[in-house]
Design a protein around this ligand. Structure first.
Ligand code: DX5
Ligand code: ZN
Length: 221
């Protein structure tokens, strides 16, 4: 298991009226990545922000921007986010007609590529494309909204994903998204995750640094 844990605050729960300030504050508070949730009111029943907002925020973040696409179709937006300054781009395999081609498109655009698995989605596609994946993202809520409760079956899926990643011998991050808080992050890390998205747990508190520090303290236990 990777010892270098990453915490990726999701700005879906930030104050949208002050997004640039929010990104700077949470980076100053110790965020390792900025998690950028893109929703299209089609693949998921909610609408958030697109590549123009990513481009506007790029200069406010000195850490990688981790784009989570919850959109269908994927390819045109993946290209637009690469041009907008994204560092990592992840998509749901069931949202892309040609998963292998989309992974190549993201890599060809100079970004790290990730696959995202919904709570009821199997990991089987990894058998065929793991050589083209830099990140596996396990959803521990159904995508579309922040502030939902952690779905426990995600722990078993994280364990299985960890085995596949270790067997591949590749440097692939294992990220978890949904319902992560200081009081469950240790269990999620024990299952094999090394990268943690947290939206409401961080932006729902006044002191972002205190929350991120408490998560790191749990991870260091
Ligand atoms: C859900 C998003 C998540 C969400 C996490 O569709 O992918 O990134 O913002 O929010 P919390 O941490 O509040 O569950
Ligand atoms: Zn997300």
């Amino acid at each position: 298991m990777s010892a270098t844990f990453r915490i990726a605050p999701s700005i879906l729960s930030a104050d949208f009226a002050r997004l640039g300030d929010e990104v700077r504050s949470v980076v100053d508070a110790g965020a390792d990545w900025i998690h950028f949730d893109v929703m299209d009111n089609h693949y998921v029943p909610n609408l958030s922000f697109g590549p123009m907002v990513c481009k506007a925020l790029r200069g406010h973040s000195r850490v990688p921007i981790d784009v989570h696409l919850m959109v269908r179709p994927v390819d045109a937006l993946a290209t637009a986010f690469a041009e907008a300054g994204a560092d990592l781009i992840s998509f749901h395999p069931d949202a892309s007609t040609h998963v292998d081609r989309t992974l190549q498109l993201i890599a060809g655009a100079g970004c790290k590529a990730g696959l995202v698995f919904n709570p009821a989605a199997p990991l089987d596609v990894l058998d065929w494309v793991i050589d083209k994946v830099d990140l596996v993202l396990i959803m521990s809520v159904n995508p579309g909204f922040g502030g939902q409760g952690f779905i426990d079956s995600a722990l078993r899926k994280i364990e299985r994903a960890r085995k596949r990643i270790d067997a591949s011998g590749r440097d692939i991050r294992l990220e978890v998204d949904g319902g992560i808080k200081a009081d469950n992050i240790r269990r999620v890390a024990d299952a094999g995750a090394d990268t943690f998205v947290a939206g409401s747990a961080i932006f729902g508190q006044r002191d972002y640094r205190a929350v991120i520090d408490s998560m790191r303290a749990e991870l260091a236990r």
